[in-house]
Design a protein around this ligand. Structure first.
Ligand code: PLP
Length: 392
């Protein structure tokens, strides 16, 4: 069986966890603090707040924004449900926008269509590890006094863009769940240069308490604390941080392996006209997913073909504006809806052996020569065009 994704954990991670277990301090403590310190230069940021997962990171960042009467956050529909749920948990209304079909990242043109006097923040997603172009979004945010919160769950280790204009409240939220570029088992982090935002998030991640249990150990009265505001139980434990620290040591080898695998897929897919790779392997990026657009209505037949051969692919994602829970926020998104029938993610993870990838590639070539191909539509009904600026 070839899995679409899996973590790459070994003896070093197991040993690191064992050390934390033997120390008897397994909650948030010195190892989590060390993990945050290691992330800071890597993310070129002044503050890192480690969290229990990426959803918590997004929730904390949104909840830490200054509140006013603006209630809307613009985000792509093409993302994991976590992005949307975080918006709702923070008390905002999600406004779904289109993505650019070439990159699957938020379309700045459609964001401009969605802007109203109620817009509070923009929430782009760095799809499959590709950092989206923050320049036009930063400009819009600056112009309209919006916050810019990045969902960087897929993009840990990818090239960081320079910070957007100074007036913009800005934070990037990462996930370290099992299938991410590095994993803590479960984990996340928010990176920001905004000291006030960082302080609010640090407090809110631990029940609104002004200092966590580990930090209070040196105080004269360590049992005494103040609850200063609303809070959640969103901290990262030392057990999880210990895994993350080991994974950080392997980041460069992970980057190289993922890039090598992506380039091999690129070469294999190039002659197959019904496959249009979306994932781009730019220098310094880490391809988190290898996403194809499968044209001619062949996505589902290809998915089944591969599955019958023990190859498990993914679909990232079912559009959120079509999900039952998010129906109240529906708006027609034709590009996203058509993409949803085409997207397929091939197996990509650092433990994928060349021989396994060769099997995937062989199965793709066999499919190209199979009768299934002639049953596919000659062409897709409509060629996908990016959203255009409306006529003035
Ligand atoms: C785009 C995106 N955002 C947010 C998340 C949430 O991260 P976590 O699963 O760590 O809560 C994920 C997780 O897969 C994701 O893919």
């Amino acid at each position: 069986m070839i899995l679409v994704s899996r973590p790459d954990l070994g003896n070093r991670e197991a040993e690191a966890v064992a050390r934390v277990v033997r120390s008897q301090w397994v909650g948030m403590g010195p190892v989590t603090a060390e993990f945050e310190l290691r992330l800071q230069p890597l993310l070129a940021t002044n503050h890192v707040v480690a969290t229990a997962n990426g959803t918590a990171a997004l929730h904390l960042a949104l909840a830490a924004l200054d509140r006013d009467d603006r209630t809307e956050v613009i985000l792509p529909s093409l993302t994991f449900a976590a992005t949307v749920q975080a918006v709702l948990m923070a008390g905002y209304r999600p406004v779904f926008a289109e993505v650019d079909p070439a990159t699957l990242t938020l379309s700045p043109v459609d964001v401009a269509h969605c802007l109203t006097s109620h817009t509070r923040a923009l929430l782009p997603v760095h799809f499959a590890g590709l950092i989206c172009d923050l320049h036009p979004l930063g400009k819009l945010a600056d112009l309209h006094g919006l916050a810019l919160i990045e969902d960087a769950a897929h993009a840990f280790g990818s090239r960081r863009p320079p910070a957007p204009p100074a007036r913009v409240t800005h934070a990037a939220c990462f996930s370290f769940s099992a299938n991410k570029n590095i994993t803590c088992g479960e984990g996340g982090a928010v990176a920001t240069n905004d000291a006030l935002l960082a302080e609010r998030m640090r407090r809110a991640r631990y029940l609104g308490i002004e200092a966590d249990t580990w930090c209070r150990q040196d105080r004269e009265r360590p049992w005494s604390y103040q609850v200063l505001g609303p809070g959640y139980r969103y901290h990262l434990s030392d057990i999880h941080a210990a895994i993350g620290l080991q994974q950080l040591d392997r980041l460069e080898s992970f980057r190289q392996r993922r890039c090598t695998l992506a380039r091999r897929y690129d070469a294999a897919c190039a002659p197959l006209e019904f496959l249009q790779p979306v994932t781009r392997c730019l220098p310094d990026d880490i391809p988190h997913l290898y996403v194809l657009r499968v044209t001619r209505n062949l996505r589902d037949p290809l998915y089944l073909w591969l599955r019958q051969r023990g190859i498990f692919c993914g679909v990232h994602y079912l559009p959120n504006h079509l999900q039952p829970a998010f129906r109240p926020f529906h708006r027609p998104l034709p590009v996203t809806e058509q993409l949803a029938g085409q997207l397929l993610s091939l197996p990509l993870h650092t433990a994928l052996a060349d021989a396994d990838q060769d099997q995937v590639i062989l199965a793709l070539r066999d499919f190209a020569n199979s009768p299934a191909i002639s049953r596919g539509a000659a062409a897709d009904p409509v060629e996908l065009q990016p959203v255009e600026t409306p006529a003035p």
